[in-house]
Ligand binder design. Structure first.
Ligand code: SAH
Length: 278
């Protein structure tokens, strides 16, 4: 009976942001292949003493696949540990295909992606009623070309929340794209370096006009999330449009209105019988 290869999202950096499922699998693993120094800590902290732990940093995809297939022949639980969530920028499918071809069973365990850890670090909400209800996870073009229609300039025209991965050394491209899409010079921006890493997290707040200079001054050139959103800084705003779900005048499945209808919040959500936000 071959073992199973579990692709586990290690989360953004803080080992305590691993899921319980991920931690339990690491604790049962006979072998762990982790992606670079980012997830080293979680791999070594929770792995059993006899577990074989290897860094994939210097391996090709073929070598990684061969390593996992070989270990799955000897161990019931083999873990491939990846940063954040395995479904984002993680070469997941490239590794899954050779495992499928070799008949090795596999499962994926999600992880906290760095965009969410960045929102948490900064106490920001990526959605706010009537401002934006949409989040785009993307990157700018580096060595990986962007498919047609996905240039940041095109995506930014939605004026929704943009979480931009893998682009901190390309901030000039981010700025140019936002300008071309009509974002104002004073549009708030946020860069989070090493979100959730104990003692190493850095928040840089600025505007489209000055975020690059602020990042340069702070020496931030790697492992950073760039966020542009009309919701940034809402914690300080005196006036917010409230979510209808918690509005005293709004009745839904779980609560009766305790106040008369408020004209600014009388519109019903798409499905008035159930909460539209959790
Ligand atoms: N699968 C990962 C993303 C891997 S791509 C995830 O879900 O988060 C690597 C990029 O993720 C980095 O260039 C950076 O933009 C972002 N990133 C990863 N960890 C981060 C962290 N702790 N803080 C900020 N950004 C991070």
């Amino acid at each position: 009976m071959p073992g199973t290869v579990y692709f586990v999202g290690a989360g953004p950096g803080d080992p305590e942001l691993l899921t319980l499922k991920g931690r339990d699998l690491i604790a049962q693993a006979g072998a762990i292949l982790y992606a670079g120094s980012l997830v080293n800590e979680a791999a070594t902290r929770f792995a059993p003493a006899h577990c074989e732990v290897a860094d994939s940093k210097g391996m090709t995809l073929e070598e990684m696949a061969a390593w996992l297939i070989e270990r799955a022949a000897r161990h019931a639980v083999v873990v491939r540990l990846q940063t954040g969530d395995p479904s984002l920028y993680g070469a997941l499918i490239e590794l899954v295909q050779p495992l499928d071809a070799a008949g090795v069973p596999l499962r994926v365990v999600p992880g906290v992606t760095s965009a969410m850890a960045s929102a948490a670090a900064a106490v920001e909400s990526f959605t706010l009623p009537e401002l934006t209800q949409t989040v785009i996870l993307t990157r700018v073009e580096g060595r990986t070309p962007m498919p047609e229609g996905e240039a940041l300039e095109d995506l930014a025209r939605h004026h929704c929340t943009l979480c931009i991965y893998l682009s901190i050394t390309l901030l000039h491209k981010v700025e140019a794209a936002l300008r071309a899409a009509g974002w104002r010079e004073d549009a708030p921006m946020l860069v989070v370096h090493k979100a959730s890493w104990p003692g190493e997290e850095l928040l840089i707040r600025g505007t489209l006009a000055d975020i690059k200079a602020r990042c340069r001054a702070a020496g931030v050139v790697s492992q950073s999330m760039i966020i542009a959103s009309p919701t940034l800084g809402a914690r300080q705003w005196p006036q917010l449009t409230r979510s209808k779900l918690y509005d005293p005048s709004f009745t839904h499945k779980f609560r009766r209105a305790t106040a008369p209808a408020n004209p600014s919040s009388s519109e019903l959500p798409d499905d008035a019988s159930s909460p539209h936000r959790d």
